[in-house]
Design a protein around this ligand. Structure first.
Ligand SMILES: [Zn+2]
Length: 210
């Protein structure tokens, strides 16, 4: 099981890295001559954590029952993400301007960990491996919405100049813009679960074999 788990963790890291690499590639190369005077926003590295809950069983039905009994949420696996954004401003005599803006995505995955897999036959071990891989792909899709939302916040903040009469007004405008982006991506994430039937159309369903 360790090898499956290790490969899975690597897979998740790769998934996040692919997204990050695409984002890096999509960003224009900074050019000192043509860079706008205000491009204060940037994305900090994502923070990704994976927790496991133990499940047991020597047939698929027992495994499904064990997951149902022990899963901490309403599904076999879950992904929570949030975006922390932060800014620095400069108060001038007549206005407040944005100096810097950063986002950081925090992802927490929860997955089942089959602890007594060695007691089961090879067919079930293979099916679990397949199922787990599909589950991981589905969950990393969830995280992708958080990462994409943070990217959009950075793009939006950099797309205009931010100045307001005072700090509170500046903060309100940025928070409103970020909250709107967050709502849009959360809605897309809900649609993703509907479209994939919580990953089942991606193969995240443990087949019961007799
Ligand atoms: Zn889902």
């Amino acid at each position: 099981m360790f090898s499956i788990r290790k490969r899975f963790v690597t897979h998740l890291i790769i998934a996040a890295k692919v997204v990050a690499a695409l984002e890096l590639a999509a960003q224009p190369v900074p050019d000192l001559k043509t860079a706008p005077p205000h491009a204060p926003a940037r994305q900090l590295p994502d923070s990704i954590r994976t927790d496991y809950y133990e499940v047991r069983g020597t047939n698929a039905e027992a495994l499904l029952a064990s997951m149902k009994a022990r899963q901490p949420s309403s599904t076999h696996a879950s992904t929570e993400w949030r975006i922390d954004w932060d800014y620095e401003w400069q108060q001038k005599p007549d206005e407040c301007i944005l100096r810097s803006f950063t986002t950081r995505v925090r992802v927490r995955y929860t997955f089942p960990q089959w602890v007594d897999w060695q007691r089961a036959d090879k067919t079930l071990q293979g099916e679990w491996k397949r199922y787990f891989g599909a589950l991981a792909i589905h969950e990393s899709g969830h995280a992708g919405y958080g990462i994409a939302a943070a990217k959009e916040m950075v793009r939006f903040v950099n797309s205009r100049e931010w100045r307001a009469p005072d700090r509170n007004e500046l903060k309100t405008r940025i928070d409103e813009a970020c909250d709107k982006i967050l709502r849009e991506f959360r809605a897309q994430e809900v649609a993703y679960d509907q479209k994939t039937d919580h990953g089942r159309t991606q193969g995240a369903r443990l087949t019961t074999i007799r």
